[in-house]
Design a protein around this ligand. Structure first.
Ligand SMILES: O=C(O)c1cc(=O)[nH]c(=O)n1[C@@H]1O[C@H](COP(=O)(O)O)[C@@H](O)[C@H]1O
Length: 274
């Protein structure tokens, strides 16, 4: 999917919501456990009930890999279901990969070609040759961790190296990579005030912003510091939406939660344009 198509979808739906499919068998409603593939059954119900309120879905691969071959199959079925039923939706494999060049190339093939995701999250620590193999794919997006939402982000990402914070170096250096137009960045919603500085370095890039909902980040602050004329934001919530209810009404409850966030987003878009 091109960035232009993503922007169009955001305007059409008045939403820049990404729903995280962090599907956990210990949290899904009991009645689904008797299904042949409970993870896929849960995802399908969540997708069918929420798709009109969001523009992206982000399965975090850890939640699938944890169940071995069954989990991987459920992820394959989920992305195939999205691609055939809701082809306008942007898909993110939250896999946080990155390795030496020839290995990264294989990861890129796995997520972009075999599974058919639009994007994948990548750890920048191994540098240029670990990221560029992902950037080679046209109409695919590489989402580089810049400043993450967790407390450990302060261990390295905000530390100064040669006078500049590491997350700023990640942003600046990655702009020199081949095909850097295919880059997006992760910035945690819990670090919204940093967005002002981040926008000075990447004024137009799309940012994936996880951390509203269960982690307590503020949508209003994210928009205040991070929104651009193309919106430029994909704000993710996982647990706060998909586990809104653990009963048989789980899909309806998720839709209500997603709709609530979509309406806040529509207000933020209006406020920005005013
Ligand atoms: O790359 C991510 O998506 C990510 C980066 C980050 O800095 N913080 C973060 O929470 N995430 C992911 O975003 C999701 C957040 O889930 P909730 O806290 O349940 O909304 C999880 O899948 C995390 O792995």
């Amino acid at each position: 999917m091109t960035t232009e198509e993503l922007v169009q979808q955001i305007h059409n739906k008045q939403s820049f919501l990404c729903i995280g499919l962090d599907t956990d068998l210990t949290k899904i409603p009991n009645h689904l456990l008797g299904e042949e593939d409970p993870i896929f059954a849960f995802n399908k119900a969540i997708i069918d009930s929420t798709h009109s309120f969001c523009v992206a879905y982000k399965p975090n691969t850890a939640f699938y890999e944890a169940y071995g071959i069954k989990g991987w199959r459920a992820m394959e079925k989920t992305i195939a279901y999205l691609n055939s039923n809701y082809p306008d939706i942007f898909t993110i494999a939250d896999a946080k990969r990155g390795d030496i060049g020839n290995t990264s190339k294989r990861y890129a093939q796995a997520f972009f070609e075999d599974l058919g995701f639009d994007s994948v999250t990548i750890v920048p620590y191994m540098g240029r040759d670990s990221v560029e193999p992902f950037l080679n794919f046209s109409e695919k997006h590489t989402i580089l961790l810049a400043l993450t939402s967790n407390a450990g982000a302060y261990d390295f990402q905000t530390k100064k190296v040669e006078g500049k914070e590491l997350y700023k170096q990640v942003l600046e250096t990655s702009k020199t990579y081949a095909n850097s137009q295919n880059l997006m960045y992760v910035v945690g919603a819990t670090k919204a005030t940093y967005l002002e500085e981040i926008r000075k370095i990447v004024p137009e890039s799309f940012l994936l912003v996880p951390g509203v909902g269960a982690q307590g980040g503020s949508l209003e602050e994210v928009c205040k510091y991070g929104m651009t004329s193309n919106i430029g934001l994909l704000v993710n919530s996982s647990r706060g939406i998909i586990y809104a209810s653990a009963k048989s009404d789980f899909a309806k409850a998720a839709a209500e939660k997603a709709r609530e966030i979509q309406q806040q987003m529509a207000t933020e878009i209006k406020r920005f344009k005013a």
